[in-house]
Design a protein around this ligand. Structure first.
Ligand SMILES: [Zn+2]
Ligand SMILES: [Zn+2]
Length: 146
């Protein structure tokens, strides 16, 4: 890939930094200014081949595209051309590898005489259906919707 980038586009990618510490939903990101590509840690462990053959090439293609044509659209025809030249058969915008979603616990805020509490939706629904009441263990007041 290095030789291809050099010979086809005159872009030296040999000093690109690659780190494997990206978290979240994205498979990879590139920072052309810092010459850095970050790949999703979880996906690298689960799908090492796909990450090397597809995502890394995808991100390198972004870097090369940016180097030769900084105003090109992120996944426009320049990028597609570069990606194909670097060996990506079917350049895609997004990946379809599942990542573990960081679970956001939805909460509901309740107040008593001294504090604010975040209750789970289960508790919140019990209160709404008048199936349960919760009281503050410090001031003893019944929790009410904040
Ligand atoms: Zn991309
Ligand atoms: Zn209280």
């Amino acid at each position: 890939m290095n030789r291809l980038a050099q010979s086809k586009f005159g872009v030296d990618i040999s000093n690109l930094k690659i780190s494997y510490n990206l978290k979240g939903q994205r498979a990879g990101i590139v920072n052309p200014a810092k010459k850095e590509i970050r790949l999703n840690k979880e996906l690298c462990l689960k799908y090492p081949e796909k990450m090397t053959n597809e995502v890394l090439v995808h991100e390198v293609a972004h870097f090369v595209t940016f180097s030769i044509s900084p105003n090109a659209k992120p996944h426009g025809k320049e990028w597609k051309y570069v990606a194909r030249t670097l060996g990506l058969d079917n350049p895609k915008t997004t990946h379809n590898m599942p990542t573990t979603k960081a679970r956001k616990v939805k909460g509901y805020f309740y107040k008593c005489g001294c504090n604010t509490y975040k209750l789970s939706s289960i508790r919140h629904n019990r209160i709404k259906r008048k199936e349960a009441e919760y009281a503050c263990k410090y001031c003893g007041e019944k929790l009410r919707k904040a």
